[in-house]
Write a protein that binds this ligand. Structure first.
Ligand code: HPA
Length: 265
C-alpha cells in the first residue's frame, strides 16, 4: 500500500482534518498516547508499518487532538536492531507527511554521559552523531537523498520547546545524541569514546528518523528521557527493564512540556 492509500484509509476512520504534528514515542513512553482524545489504529492494519517485534506491546497509531492541535501519535517504534533496516520507520513518516503534518517530535530513552543530566531528567537534542554508520537513505535513488543535515534539529522548534519547558517547570538541557545500533548496550570504552567525540547521551534510535524527516521535508526536534548513566559511568547494571522502569519519570515531564508547546501553535 502506498502512503497516500494509507492516509486515505486513516482519514476515513479518523476524520479529514489535517494533522499538524507527529509524535513518535520511545521505550517506556507509550502511555502518552492515552492523553490524546482520538481514534486508535493498530500498526497491523496499516500495510508497510512495522509491527512484529516493535517496542511497546501493541504498536498503534492514535490520531486526535492534544491541546487543540491535531496530532498523530506513533506509539511503537521499530529500531534498526530489529532487522538491520535503518529505513524501518519510513512508511509511518511518509504517512504522517501525507496526512498533512509539517512537524515531527521524536522521543526516546537514552543513557547520559553528563553528570548534570542524571536519570529522570530530559535532554533536548541539539544535534546528533551516528556512531552506527547505517543510513535510512541508502538505496534511495532520487537526488533528494543528498539531505543537508546542518540545523536538522530545528532551531525555532527547539527554542519554543525550551520556553515551553520553562513554563511547565521542567528542566530541559540541550545536548548531542550519539546513535549506537544496539541491541547490546555500549561498552565503557565506547562510552568514553562517545564522550571524547562530543556526545552527551547515547541511544539506539531517533537518528534514522531525523534523517528521514528531513528527507521528507518535515521539521523535526527530539527529546530524550535519561534512564541511566552510560556504561561505566555508574555502578548500576544496565538493562532494558531499567530503561522501561525509569522512562515514565521523564514521560511526565515530556507530556507537560509538549502540552505547553502545543498550546502555542
Ligand atoms: N545506551 C543505549 N541506549 C539506551 C541506553 C544506553 O545507555 N539507555 C536507554 N537506552
Amino acid at each position: 500500500m502506498t502512503a497516500e492509500t494509507l492516509a486515505a484509509y486513516i482519514r476515513n476512520k479518523a476524520g479529514h482534518a489535517p494533522v499538524r504534528v507527529g509524535l513518535v514515542l520511545g521505550s517506556g513512553l507509550s502511555h502518552l498516547a492515552d492523553a490524546v482524545d482520538g481514534v486508535t489504529i493498530p500498526y497491523a492494519d496499516l500495510g508497510g508499518f512495522p509491527h512484529a517485534g516493535v517496542s511497546g506491546h501493541s504498536p498503534k497509531l492514535v490520531i486526535g487532538d492534544l491541546e487543540g492541535v491535531r496530532v498523530a501519535v506513533f506509539a511503537g517504534r521499530a529500531h534498526f536492531y530489529e532487522d538491520g533496516d535503518a529505513a524501518v520507520m519510513r512508511r509511518p513518516l511518509e504517512v504522517l507527511k501525507a496526512l498533512g503534518a509539517d512537524t515531527l517530535i521524536l522521543t526516546n530513552a537514552a543513557g547520559s554521559l553528563r553528570e548534570d543530566i542524571p536519570p529522570g531528567e530530559l535532554m533536548l537534542l541539539s544535534d546528533h552523531i551516528a556512531f552506527c554508520s547505517a543510513n535510512p537513505l541508502v538505496g534511495e535513488h532520487s537526488e533528494a537523498r543528498f539531505v543537508p543535515m546542518d540545523d536538522a534539529h530545528d532551531p525555532a522548534i527547539r527554542a519554543a520547546l525550551t520556553d515551553a519547558a520553562t513554563r511547565a517547570g521542567v528542566t530541559l538541557k540541550e545536548g548531542v545524541y550519539g546513535w549506537f545500533s544496539g541491541p547490546s548496550f555500549e561498552t565503557p570504552a565506547e562510552i568514553r569514546m562517545a564522550k571524547i567525540c562530543g556526545a552527551d547521551a547515547v541511544g539506539m534510535s531517533t537518528v534514522p528518523e531525523v534523517i528521514l524527516a528531513r528527507f521528507l521535508g518535515l521539521r523535526v526536534a527530539a527529546i530524550s528521557t535519561i534512564t541511566n548513566m552510560g556504561a561505566g559511568l555508574s555502578d548500576e547494571a544496565l538493562s532494558h527493564e531499567q530503561t522501561k522502569a525509569v522512562a515514565p519519570l521523564g514521560a511526565v515531564k515530556i507530556e507537560a512540556t509538549l502540552r505547553e508547546w502545543l498550546r502555542t501553535l
